[in-house]
Design a protein around this ligand. Structure first.
Ligand SMILES: *[C@@H]1O[C@H](CO)[C@@H](O)[C@H](O)[C@H]1NC(C)=O
Ligand SMILES: CC(=O)N[C@H]1CO[C@H](CO)[C@@H](O)[C@@H]1O
Length: 440
């Protein structure tokens, strides 16, 4: 009796289609985060759908989604219930809220992956976050006869070490957990860089499943601006630039753009410091720096910016923070002079998506460079410049934002455009479509 009861509770299993059947390839795509702020997982979903596959895209429904997703009949978005507000506030210690939040996530994930979404052939999971995602994904893949694919964007434990300190007890636990999951869970691995693929094969991960590298590529929305008139029209329309559009168009004022989720793994004081040094050098061109994005440390840095301004340390320099729609953000990148990236890879082997998008928009970058995979994307003297300190960044700004740097900037722009012309669709069709059994 008890056995029958347990069987009745088990989720339905995926049954492979007979050869030659027309049943579409089904993929569950899971990100334990805001779907709207997970560009790569949205692109995966769009790509599967384009090839006629069926997608259940599972995650938190917070920011607005990529327009191609909302319009696709092949994609069903399934929203996970966010943890109760009491677990998200910082009033209780992490040692209490952390485990409770994980329990909540275990429950909602099992309910969604195993019961609400239909059984699928594939389950594609973004890592990190790894806890509890990887364990639940593995459990569900066994129960439902689904093949598990982990898309390694980074490592959860290195991010945790960055926010909680390397000696926090959870760091070692999550490292062991992540390594074990990598070894036993997936059918296939996807990594964002070749450096990460190489690392996953070594100690302590020792992943034995096949690993494919799928570099991030800009989505179609990021494209270089065609005509100066188009650039002018946008600069005159955007509230952040409309008053200085003429000065930017004439090349007098330089427009810098950075985007961030304002987390501790990006040290914006480096950028602010570089701007202060730039101002001290009395460079010929004024700068407008627009920093887009939302996140925990935004208010802290806004205060710092205000302080520097009232202290008179930023003459000729304007720094604005903004939150733009995807369309405006893409247009802003294509209209700017230089992109700034402060991504400090916690794992040393991931790459910043924002630089990929900047290249898609034909925008050269100055990017923090002290990590192993940096050279897989930014090529010195070709499409951008790397820096490790604020004085190095200040030197780059002085060089590229001067009249004598115009030629170099133009050359980098051509290189950025070239790198950005390699698109997501081509890369995905080549690397992943065959893996999922989707033809073009
Ligand atoms: C996601 O949120 C949007 C806007 O709040 C809403 O219109 C949409 O129905 C939600 N989707 C799901 C799957 O809950
Ligand atoms: C070490 C390892 O897992 N190598 C695999 C990488 O992926 C290719 C293609 O999927 C496999 O053939 C390798 O065995």
């Amino acid at each position: 009796m008890g056995v029958i009861f347990v069987f009745a509770l088990l989720p339905s299993r995926y049954t492979p289609q007979a050869a030659g059947s027309r049943q579409p390839v089904s993929v569950q795509i899971l990100v334990l985060g805001d779907i709207g702020r997970s560009p790569r997982m949205q692109y995966h979903a769009i790509s599967v759908a384009k090839h006629g596959g069926h997608v259940d895209l599972i995650g938190y429904n917070e920011s607005s989604l990529h327009p191609d997703l909302s319009n696709s009949a092949n994609v069903r978005v399934r929203a996970l219930a966010p943890p109760p507000a009491a677990l998200r506030t910082k009033s209780l210690p992490f040692l209490v809220t952390g485990p409770l939040k994980v329990l909540w996530q275990v429950g909602t994930l099992i309910w969604m992956l195993a019961y609400q979404a239909p059984a699928a052939k594939w389950l594609l999971v973004q890592n990190p976050p790894s806890i509890p995602t990887l364990a639940i994904a593995m459990l569900v893949s066994i129960l439902r006869n689904t093949q598990l694919v982990i898309d390694w964007h980074n490592y959860g434990w290195t991010i945790l070490a960055g926010t909680k300190g390397p000696n926090h007890p959870f760091v070692e636990i999550s490292k062991v957990y992540e390594c074990v999951m990598g070894q036993v869970a997936p059918t296939v691995n996807i990594t964002v860089t070749a450096a990460m693929a190489a690392q996953l094969k070594e100690e302590p991960y020792k992943v034995t499943a096949p690993i494919v590298t799928l570099h991030d590529r800009p989505a179609a929305i990021f494209k270089p601006v065609k005509a100066p008139s188009e650039r002018r029209a946008f600069l005159e329309r955007l509230p952040e630039t409309k008053d200085v559009a003429a000065s930017i168009m004439s090349g007098h004022m330089k427009l810098l753009v950075s985007s961030t989720s304002w987390t501790p793994d990006e040290d914006f004081s480096l950028f602010l410091d570089a701007l202060v040094r730039y101002a001290e050098m009395e460079a010929e061109h004024p700068i407008l720096a627009i920093i887009t994005g939302r996140g925990p440390q935004k208010a802290h840095y806004e205060e710092q910016i205000k302080l520097l301004q009232t202290q008179g340390k930023l003459p000729n320099i304007q720094i604005l923070t903004a939150w733009l729609s995807m369309e405006d953000y893409a247009a802003l990148l294509s209209c700017a002079d230089l992109g700034i990236c402060l991504h400090m890879s916690s794992s040393g082997v991931d790459l910043p998506m924002k630089v990929v998008d900047m290249f898609g928009a034909g925008l050269p970058v100055a990017a923090y460079s002290k990590y192993a995979s940096f050279g897989e994307l930014v090529k010195e003297n070709e499409n951008g410049c790397g820096f490790e300190t604020s004085s190095e960044l200040a030197a780059i700004l002085v060089r590229l934002c001067s009249s004598s740097g115009a030629d170099e900037l133009r050359r980098l722009r051509i290189g950025a455009e070239k790198e950005g012309s390699l698109r997501w669709d081509e890369e995905w069709d080549r690397v992943l479509a065959p893996l999922f059994g989707l033809s073009s």
